[in-house]
Design a protein around this ligand. Structure first.
Ligand code: SF4
Length: 435
């Protein structure tokens, strides 16, 4: 029996797919080379914004056409979780729509998805499943699921549930397995990474106190240090800015991967309050300056939402000024999409989509110039490059799959860490030669 999994959306979904593949392999399935050759075809969908949902539906319909007539088509992931019943009714091509924690291989009719809001994780929880051997020298490692925050624009807590952190023992065990498979870089992910472990403290959830959490400090600090003892590189993604404590900043810098992926979303204080988020441009700049004081070569990434209800020309100017001052290495911009069940869904003062796009273009252009200048200034410096695939590598400054890359000689072995001289920049990419 063969399976095919098509994954949409973010890195967190990719990890879920790997875990689903691990479960199917344990059940006797083997991977197919294409959907046409599979007995079980799975679409792991994304429901983040309208465009992601449209892409998920298109993919499901495409898979329905490509699969063999006797193969089963199963839809899972965020969209299945959020719109399960409607999806099952609207897509007769699909054999089964399953929410998180439900069997892909059960042959009973379409299941009604169940949101994950348990106090104790079940044995079928995706977080607890094994994963197949790594096929690259880097891998995502998901350390928590769900989120305890309630940002105005975000529907994730409504269908992924409150935060449930894995134990440090589980995380370290998975990290060791990945390292044994040849992984040199582990990329930690969660919806709100900096809060990892906080939920395990709460007695009302019936879970044990975190073993690493000696003094009720931020548990992620000790986990980051423990992981850095196991693997060459540990990279942390999605850091909510108020979670960026002195201790965490210090632990990240100590690992040698001074890469800060800050989830900022905007710089205007009134708009951030309307988004029900912490901070403002001045506070973010102060934290960035503190990081640069400790590590002048730190790299920064962030993402921003444009066109949130109530956003004014003044807010746009505040964000443009912030970009000029922050000099981030990388930034992504997304237009606001009203999501059912969120605080922002019913807000007045909507920004029309053309204006939002115009603002997004203005911000992207401003940031593109900053990114290009920051890449250019690296020419003539040295970098330790992890070769990801033939001719392509990354230093600590480049996160896999989102940032630019470093072009290296094709004779360098995949998985090797090589000291290089940066000789040129090509857009967002750099060219390097081994020393
Ligand atoms: S912290 Fe992230 S996942 Fe959590 S509610 Fe806010 S945007 Fe959503």
């Amino acid at each position: 029996m063969r399976y095919w999994i098509e994954t949409l959306g973010c890195p967190k979904n990719l990890v879920d797919s790997e875990k689903l593949a691990g479960l199917l392999i344990a059940q006797g399935y083997a991977p197919a080379v294409a959907p046409e050759g599979a007995d079980l075809v799975v679409a792991n969908t994304c429901a983040f914004i309208e465009a992601a949902r449209a892409e998920s539906i298109e993919t499901v319909l495409d898979l329905a056409e490509r699969k063999r007539s006797d193969a089963r088509l199963v839809v899972t992931g965020c969209m299945a979780e959020r719109y399960g019943t409607e999806l099952a009714e609207a897509l007769p091509e699909v054999d089964r729509v399953v929410g998180f924690g439900q069997s892909l291989t059960d042959s009973s009719p379409a299941a009604t998805p169940v949101a994950l809001r348990p106090s104790v994780t079940s044995s079928f929880d995706l977080l607890n499943l094994p994963r197949p051997a790594a096929n690259a020298p880097w891998a995502y490692l998901k350390i928590a699921e769900g989120c305890d925050r309630r940002c105005g624009f975000c529907a994730i807590p409504s269908f992924r549930g409150d935060q449930r952190s894995r134990s440090s023992e589980d995380v370290l065990a998975e990290a060791r397995t990945l390292v044994a498979d040849g992984v040199k870089e582990i990329v930690l992910i969660a919806q709100d990474l900096a809060s990892w472990g906080h939920d395990r403290r709460r007695h009302d959830r019936g879970e044990p106190l975190e073993a690493l959490d000696h003094a009720h400090n931020q548990p992620l600090v000790e986990l980051t240090r423990a992981l850095a003892r196991e693997v060459d590189r540990v990279r942390l993604l999605y850091l909510y800015p108020s979670g960026l404590t002195e201790e965490l900043i210090g632990a990240i810098i100590e690992t040698g991967v001074a890469y800060f992926d800050l989830s900022l979303q905007h710089a205007s204080r009134p708009l951030l309050r309307a988004m029900r988020r912490w901070g403002d441009g001045a506070r973010f700049l102060e934290r960035i300056a503190r990081i640069r004081a400790a590590e002048p070569e730190a790299a920064f990434r962030s993402s921003f939402i444009v066109g949130y209800p109530g956003e004014t020309e003044d807010d746009q100017r505040v964000l443009l000024d912030f970009l000029d001052e922050a000099q981030l290495d990388w930034a992504g911009f997304f237009t606001f999409s009203p999501e059912l069940g969120t605080h922002a869904y019913d807000l007045d003062e909507t920004v029309n989509s053309e204006l939002a796009l115009e603002r997004l273009r203005e911000l992207s252009e401003r940031q593109d110039a900053i990114t290009a200048a920051r890449r250019d200034r690296l020419v003539g410096t040295r970098a330790k490059v992890l070769v990801d695939r033939i001719g392509i590598g990354r230093s600590y400054r480049e996160c896999p799959e989102i940032d630019g890359v470093i072009i290296v000689d094709s004779s360098l072995s995949v998985g090797s860490m090589v000291d290089c001289d940066i000789t040129a920049s090509r857009g967002v990419d750099l060219v390097a030669v081994a020393r």
